[in-house]
Design a protein around this ligand. Sequence first.
Ligand code: SF4
Ligand code: MG
Length: 323
Amino acid sequence: RAPLIAVERLTKHFAQRRGLFDRTSRAVRAVDGVDLEVAPGETLGLVGESGCGKSTLGRLVLRLIEPTSGHIRFEGREITTLSREQMRPLRRRMQIVFQDPYGALDPRLTIQSAIGEALRVHGLARGVYEERERIAQLLEKVGLRADHMRRYPHEFSGGQRQRIVIARALAVDPRFVVADEPVSALDVSIQAQIVNLLKDLQDELGLSYLFVAHDLAVVRWMSHRVAVMYLGRIVEVASSDAIWETPKHPYTKALLSAVPTPDPGSRRARIVLEGDVPSPLAPPSGCRFHPRCPIAKKGLCDVRDPALEEKRSGHRVACHLAE
Ligand code: SF4
Ligand code: MG
């Protein structure tokens, strides 16, 4: 199947001033040469420690921020160089749901106004009656009641607000949704409801998701495939099962070893990584993971940058020593 969205060598360097009295700047390599694709109806999970570039990548893919270089193709069409004007009709096909359902809604707008605005921006409601009808349907689709539309955001719980944010994203009939840590700000007891809602909506509407998260258990439940990110690079991509059962990259193995399993007998030995994530201002030479990698080989890993290579069908890894 042709991918719905595909990115190639996608890169974002931010300029950062060196200091208060120093006008020169240096490049923060937030996202550095990423290749990814998401098929129609698929969820690609994107995991990695905070600061690895996940959220930046999610915004780049939608062109909410401009890439420094690389390509983005949506529905087979190159969108990297489209103007704002040319992007507008595509905007409704690609939506984003953010982590914070509190910040995402204007406290002064009723739910009806908030969702109605999204409809009007894209010319999707002819008249007040049709608009109200559409909003009622959307609210019911996300498990709320039609009469909720008259209320304000503060009258809802965190989980309900995230349902409203999802309803607003769906109002414009997207095909692709970036969900950036959509449940991280919610109570654990609510998280499963929202994740299951996203799954049900995917089945019903054939949506594709880029699902950004740091909770691996949630990602596994949600995703068909998973991409693991480290310091602006994808270090491993495979089916969700393959990532879980036969991870090949030492970083993936370390991330997974920290996830508690319900069966203590099958618990993986915990791999504790030394040190912090290095700064993307000055990524380490060779393999970026080498200063923290438990199996790094001197003279190889600190010198040569491993490419993301297919080691088995559908399983790509960036590591010199992965079999
Ligand atoms: Fe570790 Fe070397 Fe593989 Fe990088 S290339 S992950 S340093 S073994
Ligand atoms: Mg983030």
